[in-house]
Every structure is written in C-alpha cells, then in structure tokens.
Design a protein around this ligand. Structure first.
Ligand code: 3HC
Length: 313
C-alpha cells in the first residue's frame, strides 16, 4: 500500500469518525463502496420481494378498508425498493446489474420473505413483527455514514411505522375476536417470531461483515443489539394481546433489564439464505417472470426519456 493511499484511508476514517456523511462524489475506499452496494442492494431486493407474500392476500382481504390499507402498504414497499436502488446506483452500479445479481443468486434478500402467508393473521404478523423488526434496523440506519442511504431511511422509516401499526391492529382484532381468530393470531405468531429474529443477521461473533460495517459507521448498532431492542419492545406487545411468544426460554432478566431468549435455529437460517427455504424458488421465479413481462414498460420509459432529452438538446 502506498503512503499516499495510507494517508487517504486515514483521512477517510477521520472524516467518518467525525460523523460526516460520505457523498457520491467523495473519494472512498473500494471496500467501503462495495460494502454499501452489497447492503443497500440487498435491502432494496428485500423490499421488492417482500411485496410478494403480502400481495397474495390483496384479493382476499376481509374488508374494503383492510384491502385499501394492504394496497397502500405494498405500494410503499415498492417505493422503498426504488429509493434504495437509486441510492445504490449513486455508487456506480446499474439497476440492471443489481437485478442480474439477484436473479443469478449472487445477491441476497431477507430470509423472512421465504416463508408462506397461510391466512389473514399472517398479514397482521408480518406488519407487526417483520415490519417491526425492519423499522428497528432502519431507524438505526438513518445515521449510516453514506449520505444517500441515510436520507432514504428517513422517508422509509416514517412509512414503516405505519406498516407496523396496521399489522398490530390486525393482530389486536383477531386476538380479541372469535376463538378461531385468536387461534389464528397465536399460530401466526408461532410461525413468524423466529424468522423475524433472523432478520437481524447472525450473532455478532459470527458476522463476517459487522466489524467493517461498524468501523465505517455503515452499521450504527450490531446485529445482536438491534435484535435485543426488537425483542424488548415486542414481548410486552404480545402480552398486551394475550398471546404467547413461542420461546420457552424467554424470561425477563432484572439484572440486565432485558429479556433473555432461547437460541435461534441457525441451521434453518443458513438453509433459508442458501436458497432452501419454503418459498425461495417461488419468490425468485415470480420476480424473474414479472421482470421479463415488465421489460416493455422500462423500454418505453427509456425511449420517452431519450426523446425528451433529444428535444431539449
Ligand atoms: N436474510 C438474508 N441474508 C442475511 C440475513 C437475513 N436475515 N442476515 C444476514 N444475511 C446475510 C448478509 O447479507 C451477509 O450476506 P453477504 O455476506 O452475502 O452480503 C451474510 O448473511 C452475513 O451476515 P452479516 O451480519 O455479516 O452481514 P451484514 O453486516 O450485512 O448484516 C443485515 C446483515 C443486518 C441484514 C444488514 O445487511 C442490514 O442491516 N441490511 C439493511 C436492512 C435490511 O436489509 N433489512 C432487510 C429487511 S427490509 C424489509 O424487511 C422491508 C420491510 O418493509 C418489511
């Protein structure tokens, strides 16, 4: 490494440590750029793929009000994906490349979206738990060091909070509904609790990326810290619903003022992120199908933009 590069890296770290934001035109280490492309694009993929499990229930929503809320939420998720792809593109990679990486299995999306939505209670559990976990992570990312990513988080977090509340409202209705509805709410909690905890990633001591992510202030809290924040916030919500968290080892620890929990099934986690979850194949096949079907829209939009540009030149 040349002395010049060493000095550049030192200046860069000093700038990061001073809580400054890195902008697209700034010099940045290749690894910093690649780390952000990886994380932001996987975040964007998660937002878009996450539309599928919920989209399954638009035509089967129990009321017009419920359908309107679900439509608004799913539309928000598509928008979150677009903000995040735009943020990733400021790092010099095209959206086509990002989608290609997804389709070729070279990029990930959140494991949680590889589970099926079996009934309407799942839509409540996803909003309450999955969006609840996502917003816990995303509130922390509002302070991430890469400017365009941080700014995208502010808009996303506002909408994500609505997502969490609409899910909790569904769970409230069902937990206080008929015995069958209550049973559906408990079953949904049983099936979505552990996949929601997996959203925060491996334990810190197992995470290959966390050290650099924290050093460069891309991550502002570790995987385990964020997971614990989510657990401590969510357990009382389940108690308020009169539902039971599916963890026999869950107990309040007065010494730490936090909940102690059982161990996550990491074999399941690694199986799902390696492509062997219940719905991985379905999610990817659908994404590829609609991406191909939508090619004409992208081509028309690009042609229109080129024509407008030519008229202005
Ligand atoms: N699902 C899929 N992949 C996961 C994962 C999960 N639950 N948890 C970790 N991984 C992957 C990481 O992406 C990384 O893969 P890579 O090395 O191929 O890039 C690998 O497993 C090792 O994990 P690390 O913890 O070392 O990696 P990170 O430091 O990147 O941490 C992360 C993982 C916490 C997911 C981090 O990338 C992050 O905070 N991402 C931004 C938030 C995000 O992507 N949330 C996803 C949900 S978005 C959502 O839910 C939409 C909402 O509207 C419902």
């Amino acid at each position: 490494m040349t002395i010049e590069l060493q000095e550049k890296l030192q200046d860069f770290q000093t700038y990061i440590d001073a809580e400054e934001k890195i902008e697209p035109g700034d010099w940045m280490p290749d690894d910093y750029r690649a780390h952000n492309v990886r994380q932001i694009s996987q975040h964007a993929h998660s937002e878009v793929i996450g539309m599928q499990p919920e989209g399954n229930w638009i035509t089967r929503a129990p009321s017009l009000r419920a359908k309107k809320i679900l439509l608004a939420k799913i539309q928000d998720e598509g928008g979150h994906g677009l903000y995040l792809y735009s943020a990733a593109e400021t790092l010099g990679i095209s959206r086509d490349e990002l989608i290609e990486q997804l389709h070729e299995g070279k990029a990930k999306y959140s494991s949680v979206f590889n589970y099926p939505t079996l009934n309407w209670a799942d839509i409540g559990a996803i909003g309450w738990l999955v969006d609840g976990a996502a917003v816990t992570n995303q509130l922390s990312l509002r302070r991430t060091s890469y400017g365009p990513y941080a700014r995208a988080m502010f808009r996303i977090c506002n909408e994500e909070s609505f997502h969490q509340r609409q899910g909790y409202e569904i769970m409230m209705k069902m937990a206080n509904g008929t015995p069958e509805q209550r049973e559906m709410a408990q079953d949904a909690l049983n099936r979505w609790w552990w996949p929601a905890l997996m959203m925060f990633g491996p334990h810190d001591n197992q995470s290959q990326r966390t050290h650099k992510g924290m050093m460069w202030k891309i991550k502002r809290a570790s995987n385990d810290e964020l997971r614990q924040r989510f657990i401590d916030k969510t357990v009382p919500q389940a108690e308020f619903l009169g539902l039971t968290i599916p963890d026999p080892d869950l107990r309040w620890n007065p010494d730490t003022n936090q909940y102690d929990t059982g161990e996550i099934n990491w074999d399941e986690f690694h199986q799902v992120i390696s492509g062997n979850g219940p719905c991985n194949r379905e999610r990817m096949d659908h994404h590829k199908k609609v991406h191909e079907e939508g090619a004409w829209v992208r081509e028309a939009a690009a042609a229109f933009a080129a024509k407008k540009q030519a008229q202005q030149n």
